[in-house]
Design a protein around this ligand. Structure first.
Ligand code: FES
Ligand code: FES
Length: 161
């Protein structure tokens, strides 16, 4: 059995900036984002691909960062919730009461932001399909769906401080 215990330096494109990080081959993207780059918006939940709290975007698509090795992310554009800045989805969640404890929220924000970019004409069925990737234990999913619809319907175009 081959044991990969060495460390390597890789470059990751995160939120539009290049970061050099020393990793082990087995480090997940979630671990590197949180523990090496101190971007703690992506949350560890199940760390098994089920809950979606760790969701980030890779080349615009939602990815569960607990299931992706950091080395696999080399050469791709990674967007975390810290990089959303003033995206409309954030204001939509506030206005539609799309969160309570907030632990799931960064993951949902990334899924909903991606959905609004990739499927700006999504109907209820498509929205519900996308929201199935993430779990929330306290807010009703109806509020999160309402937040998505408010963006798609053009009610929130920008989110200025
Ligand atoms: S922590 Fe990644 S899916 Fe739950
Ligand atoms: S707002 Fe608490 S788990 Fe979703």
């Amino acid at each position: 059995m081959i044991s990969y215990t060495g460390k390597s330096i890789i470059e990751l494109n995160v939120n539009g900036q290049t970061a050099s990080v020393m990793i082990q081959p087995s480090d997940t993207l979630l671990y590197v984002l949180r523990e090496k780059l101190y971007l703690t918006g992506a949350k560890p939940g199940c760390e098994n691909g089920d809950c979606g709290t760790c969701t980030v975007l890779v080349d615009g698509w939602p990815i569960k960062s607990c299931l992706m090795l950091a080395v696999e992310a080399v050469g791709h554009e990674i967007l975390t919730v810290e990089g959303l800045k003033y995206a409309p989805v954030q204001r939509a969640f506030v206005e539609q009461w799309g969160f309570q404890c907030g632990y799931c929220t960064s993951g949902f924000l990334m899924v909903c932001h991606s959905l609004s970019q990739i499927h700006p004409d999504a109907n209820d069925f498509v929205i519900e399909q996308w929201l199935q990737s993430n779990l929330c234990r306290c807010t009703g999913y109806a509020e999160i769906k309402d937040a998505v619809k408010s963006i798609l319907e053009g009610n929130i175009k920008e989110n200025k401080p």
